[in-house]
Design a protein around this ligand. Structure first.
Ligand code: ZN
Length: 315
């Protein structure tokens, strides 16, 4: 079936310390902090959005640094996104290895995956992050990244979805959301939507023998797919409701509108609109420079700022 889903929108993780997260994502990975805001459900916790130039859908990695807020460590396992891969230029693995080694991030080389070299590492909270050399990724890197353009991240490459019911997950993704199966390698089924290159890829693996995933520090909370319009989002929502899938009402995330639902293998999915994007309340040049609050929290700005950890954006 044809689907209005364009590909990945963002991946959101619960991480530990806010400064360590900035040092990792904006420092080591040289992503741009495109928005510094707060968790809309808990405004005393940051919500960091990282991306390339303006944080276009498919480039966005977002974190809730919950360290020190009484949240336990999570369990990485079945029913979760267990690895998030970023797309890097062909031939850049060696320079990435040197850069990450120098920061004691100890990347390990995994053999090729679907023909592309993979470097894997862990973020400071234990999340599995991968850098995959993509021969064909036309997305522009952030020109001001503190790595050369021949090395800089182009956006998200793919996610690894570890399912509690892999066959049901694949059927749901195919029949309900419109994904295509693109291949299989070592028990990993590659599914794509809105294209077949980086930014469009979900690799589904069976979670047999793995513990059930549990939310907490060091786990991915959800993965979001992008649609152009609110009408398309509502059509997907109505379709899900008609199938008996529990789905949230549309939620205003300030930079996009969102709905959330769980696929049959346990992973929390979101469908988010492309608009209005991160330039809704800051100019492109100033993205990430200041703490932005949603309008309904502005009156509490002084209290919120006093309760947030002081952090510095790495240069
Ligand atoms: Zn989200």
């Amino acid at each position: 079936m044809s689907s209005p889903i364009l590909g990945l929108h963002h991946v959101t993780a619960t991480v530990d310390d806010a400064q360590a997260d900035l040092d990792f994502a904006a420092g080591a990975l040289a992503l741009r902090l495109v928005k510094k805001t707060v968790n809309f459900d808990n405004p005393f916790v940051y919500h960091f959005y990282y991306g390339t130039r303006v944080g276009s859908p498919g480039t966005i990695w977002t974190t809730f640094p919950y360290g020190g807020h009484g949240i336990r460590r999570g369990v990485v396992g079945a029913g979760q996104i267990t690895a998030t891969a970023f797309s890097v230029p062909a031939g850049s693995s060696e320079s990435w290895r040197e850069r990450l080694d120098a920061r004691h991030l100890d990347p390990i080389e995994i053999d090729h995956r679907f023909g592309e070299p993979v470097l894997a590492l862990r973020d400071p909270s234990g999340l599995v992050i991968e850098l995959i050399e993509a021969a064909h990724d036309t997305r522009d890197p952030w020109p001001l990244a503190n790595v050369p353009a021949t090395q800089a991240i182009r956006g998200i490459h793919s996610v690894t979805l570890t399912s509690r019911a892999a066959a049901s997950t694949r059927d749901f993704m195919t029949d309900v959301l419109g994904f295509t199966t693109d291949g299989e390698e070592d028990g990993r089924v590659r599914m794509t939507i809105g294209g077949d290159g980086p930014g469009h890829i979900f690799d589904v693996v069976a979670g047999d023998g793995r513990p059930p995933g549990r939310n907490g520090l060091g786990t991915v909370h959800h993965v979001a797919m992008a649609v152009h319009t609110e009408e398309e989002q509502l059509a997907i929502r109505e379709h899900l409701v008609s199938l008996g899938v529990m789905v949230t009402p549309v939620q205003d995330r300030q930079y996009f509108q969102s709905i959330y639902f769980r696929e049959p293998g346990g992973v929390l999915f979101e469908v988010a609109t492309s608009a209005p994007g991160f330039t809704a309340d800051e100019s492109e040049d100033a993205l990430g420079a200041q703490l932005k609050l949603p309008p309904w929290e502005e009156s509490k700005r002084a209290t919120i700022e006093a309760g947030l950890a002081v952090v510095t954006l790495p240069r």
